[in-house]
Design a binder for this molecule. Sequence first.
Ligand SMILES: Nc1ncnc2c1ncn2[C@@H]1O[C@H](COP(=O)(O)OP(=O)(O)OP(=O)(O)O)[C@@H](O)[C@H]1O
Length: 246
Amino acid sequence: MSVIELKDVSIRYKIGDFKAIGLKDYVIQKIKGDYHVQEFWADRHITFSLEKGDMLGIIGTNGAGKSTLLKAISGIMKPTEGCVRCLGNIAALLELASGFDNDLTVRENTYLRGAMLGYTRGFMNDKYDEIIAFAELAEFQDRPFRQLSSGMKSRLAFSIASLVDPDILILDEVLSVGDGAFRKRSEEKMQEIIRGGATTILVSHSLEQVQNMCNKVLWLHKGRQVEFGDRVDDVCARYEAFLDER
Ligand SMILES: Nc1ncnc2c1ncn2[C@@H]1O[C@H](COP(=O)(O)OP(=O)(O)OP(=O)(O)O)[C@@H](O)[C@H]1O
């Protein structure tokens, strides 16, 4: 049985609606009669499924709809059409800095993120040292989160998400932010998670990373599904040829 299944998923953004422009401008525009909402389909008719242990790489140029699709898979957004079905607990690393509080310490933020992922305090007590050691942040444990560099913040986010044994791990470009040594360790960690049976989705602009790590690939372009399949090298080669032609 598939762990993740997307059936004909389409996601629409509304540009300039009252939520985007604010109530005041909405009222003014409405009175003047020039209130217009534009629709933009960021993803259109996306259909694929993943089995337990699959590692999917999503590729595509800027604005292809990759991050939007991850939001729908992780439950942050509801698809406008179609359906997404996921089995098991999901750890999603989408906007790395989000969900952390700059005024709390690294330790407090670690517990906070754990709670947001649905883990108990006891579980986090057991995992805490491991999380901090993996992120190499032992000296920063009791410092305010704002003192961390952006690379350190993403190390902590990755470390929490990966060490709590998710059934589904969703990563948006996260591995490209750490330095070389951390990137290598995080790739190894992800391989370990996959060997443990988790299903992983990774958005990456590095074809080398997708070829090295993924057993399936989804190529999106302007919201459309160009290719999906397990012939990762072939799809990446066609995508590369497409990039060269542009
Ligand atoms: N909140 C939003 N409101 C309106 N349009 C949006 C919104 N978020 C994204 N978009 C648009 O949806 C399209 C897809 O964006 P998305 O971030 O999913 O692309 P992406 O493939 O992840 O791009 P990148 O590789 O640049 O990160 C883009 O054209 C973007 O401008």
